[in-house]
Ligand binder design. Structure first.
Ligand SMILES: Nc1ncnc2c1ncn2[C@@H]1O[C@H](COP(=O)(O)OP(=O)(O)OP(=O)(O)O)[C@@H](O)[C@H]1O
Ligand SMILES: [Mg+2]
Length: 424
């Protein structure tokens, strides 16, 4: 499939006519000497002012939208590719391409006139990214890392090989395979690929739950008796500079399997805080990754930290950083992929984040109730993602509450949860 087609919208305002540096590159391009192309491309990217670097993002959802908001402050040139013509970024940028993220030709064509490519979702065509990288484009996170993370089996195998603390596991190919490991129950069975928002995760308490196991390649790991689920977002640039954000704690919606509340700072010991941040730093370094990495962890009752899974991109567990930290995760991601100095991750004020999920039983044109009452509370910042249609548990927005008093913070977060609803 060709990228662009009817949906491609590019506003002609000068970007199309290349600057002199580009002209040189295009001459060499015609000679199709791969090594020279790469060299000249790198030179032209290095010489460019950051506002002249063409950034392409695979995915144009809410994460892309918040990245764009941050990019506007630096007057960055950001284009998006997304299969949904009504994606949250669609109407906001001069170049929005509607097309598949998993189709080789579409991703390759989208990347050809960009200098730096990045993602806001992992399920993308990595072969096209690899080709773009070989042609001299900067692709961050690197395609190898996206591939590793796309498959939970590869991810966990990497942790084991690199002595990264994680729950024990066995790889399973079929449902029958799971039966061979009954002694591991109660356990969690996870799909290797394409599980997200808990959709590829099944808890198997006893033998009678075996029918719930996936009949596809996956992994089985013991049910961890954790005290808290925590997350650390860490960033690394090409120069090797690394910075981790403070630890946050999350509680999940039992039915939707999505983060319901997030608190920053996490109420954990200083020792656990340091250990978690060190482990996130160690992991991004062992991966040799450039970009932003969200590391989901379990804090066990005996004070250990186990890495559950990672996302090589901005993440739901970092939304509060827009208002609560010196640098937001979105700005940090852009700094990391553009080789800029990383910003301070320091927390300015305690924060809670509440995901605004579509109300169960409501599907259709989205309407919002309780906005005024919520905004009347001090320190409430509402973010709506611009999705026109709501569905049960669809992520429609989030709210960040800031308050120096932790008790008041929790009360306000509960209040927002009760009164701000998205209905049809
Ligand atoms: N070994 C385990 N022991 C206990 N609970 C677990 C275990 N593995 C996963 N869980 C629970 O299931 C949730 C979802 O698991 P995981 O994060 O691996 O899947 P996911 O579908 O990729 O999630 P998401 O996309 O929401 O991040 C975890 O946040 C945790 O609450
Ligand atoms: Mg997860």
């Amino acid at each position: 499939m060709q990228a662009g087609g009817e949906h491609r919208r590019t506003v002609a305002w000068g970007r199309a006519s290349p600057a002199p540096v580009y002209s040189t590159f295009h001459l060499w391009d015609r000679e199709s000497d791969a090594a020279s192309q790469k060299f000249f491309h790198l030179c032209s990217t290095m010489q460019k002012d950051i506002t002249d670097i063409r950034i392409g993002v695979l995915g144009g959802g809410q994460l892309g939208r918040m990245m764009l908001q941050s990019g506007i402050n630096l007057n960055l040139d950001i284009a998006f590719l997304d299969p949904d013509p009504q994606a949250p970024c669609a109407s906001l940028v001069p170049e929005f391409t509607c097309g598949s993220l998993t189709d080789f030709d579409t991703v390759y064509a989208f990347g050809r006139d960009k200098d730096v490519l990045t993602i806001e979702i992992e399920n993308v065509n990595t072969a096209a990214l690899r080709k773009l990288q070989a042609e001299g484009k900067k692709v961050f996170p690197q395609p190898d890392i996206i591939e590793l993370i796309q498959d939970k089996r590869k991810q966990k195998t990497f942790y084991k090989a690199n002595r990264i603390p994680t729950a024990d596991f066995v790889l399973t190919e079929t449902r029958d395979d799971v039966r061979k490991h009954l002694t591991m129950l109660p356990a969690v069975h996870k799909l290797g690929r394409e599980g997200y928002d808990g959709r590829g995760v099944q808890v198997l308490k006893s033998e009678k739950d075996l029918e719930l196991a996936f009949d596809k390649p996956g992994l089985l790991e013991p049910l961890v008796d954790f005290e808290k689920e925590i997350s650390v977002i860490v960033a690394r640039n090409e120069q090797g500079e690394v910075r981790a954000f403070p630890v946050v704690e999350m509680s999940y919606h039992p039915e939707a399997n999505l983060v319901e509340f997030l608190f920053s700072p996490a109420e954990i010991s200083q020792e656990a805080e340091e250990k978690a941040r060190e482990q996130a730093i160690d992991l991004i370094q062992k991966l040799d990754m450039v970009g932003l990495l969200a590391v989901e962890m379990f804090l066990t009752r005996d004070g250990n930290i186990l890495i559950n899974e990672v996302a090589p991109r901005t993440h739901n567990s970092g939304h509060h950083t827009i208002e609560a930290n010196i640098t937001s995760q979105f700005e940090q991601h852009l700094r990391a992929i553009l080789g800029l100095p990383l910003g301070s991750t320091e927390l300015l004020v305690p924060a809670a984040m509440i995901n605004l999920l579509g109300e169960p039983g409501h599907s259709g044109h989205a309407r919002y109730t309780g906005m005024r009452e919520s905004m009347a509370l001090e320190g409430v910042h509402i973010h709506l993602y611009g999705k026109k249609v709501t569905k049960p548990f669809r992520k429609m927005g989030h709210v960040t509450v800031t308050d120096a008093n932790l008790e008041q913070l929790k009360q306000k977060a509960m209040k927002i949860k009760e009164q701000l609803k998205i209905i049809a």
